[in-house]
Design a protein around this ligand. Structure first.
Ligand code: GSH
Length: 234
């Protein structure tokens, strides 16, 4: 199996976490597609790998390409390997799918829109249309999403109930993206923050390459704060 990947992307990180949880990394080959060069929008990539022009994409030995993190995780779950991330019973499958979709709709995708529209995003060559107002609205939607998941996690240990699942991975992806765009979790969202600290202790999560990028960004920001600020002219 091949994963068309961008190692520090929040969405590809979801699939990397699922692979690590299931101990399937040795069965895949990662091929980097450079988002900042716009390689995911090349006509050849759109025609042969993913019409939607996003990463990750799982390519099977017979050439079948499966895009969408949720679909890829469902495929991986159907192979051998515990733990099951998408549910065993009909009820579990339904609830996990719903909460994962909700985490995309209310948290991860709005942060992605904010990144592409409210910040320089992938740079002027790739971001050919930007709408900053739409970006700001989606940032606010993501903050509401954080409050929603905080309320959920005040009631139960995991996003879809008692056990770790794909829905947790989706919210983790959202908070990773939030760190990258420097959108802090509101201080009152204590349950969400506590849950995230627990998630960051998991081996499948903490060894992901994106955390080296986040640490580098944080060091860089801290350093920039210590540098003398430019003097204003009187
Ligand atoms: N719904 C897709 C979204 C994937 C996605 O947006 N991936 C990012 C990488 S982190 C991407 O390809 N962004 C480029 C773009 O949207 O132009 C999924 O779940 O896989």
């Amino acid at each position: 199996m091949t994963i068309h990947d961008f190692p520090t992307g929040p969405y590809p990180t979801r699939v990397r976490i699922a692979l690590a949880e299931k101990n399937l990394q040795s069965r895949v080959r990662f091929v980097t597609v450079d988002l900042y060069k716009g390689e995911h929008k090349d006509p050849e990539f759109l025609a042969n790998k993913n019409y939607s022009g996003t990463l990750p994409v799982l390519e099977l030995e017979d050439g079948t390409c499966i895009a969408e993190c949720t679909a890829i995780t469902e495929y991986l779950d159907a192979l051998d390997g515990a733990p099951i991330l998408t549910g065993r019973t009909a009820r579990e499958k339904g609830v996990i799918h719903m909460m994962s979709k909700r985490a995309e709709l209310e948290l991860l995708d709005p942060i992605s829109v904010y990144f592409h529209h409210g910040t320089p995003g992938l740079g002027p060559k790739v971001e050919i249309y930007q709408n900053p107002e739409w970006g700001a609205r989606q940032r606010d939607k993501a903050l509401r999403g954080m409050r929603y998941f905080d309320a959920v996690l005040r009631q139960q240990p995991h996003v879809a109930g008692e056990s770790f699942s794909m829905a947790d991975i989706t919210v983790i992806g959202g908070l990773i993206f939030a760190s990258l765009v420097k959108l802090p979790v509101p201080a009152e969202c204590e349950a969400l923050a506590a849950w995230y600290r627990r998630m960051l202790e998991r081996d499948s999560v903490r060894h992901q390459p994106v955390f080296r990028l986040i640490a580098w960004n944080d060091r860089h920001t801290a350093l920039a704060r210590r540098l003398p600020q430019p003097q204003r002219r009187p």
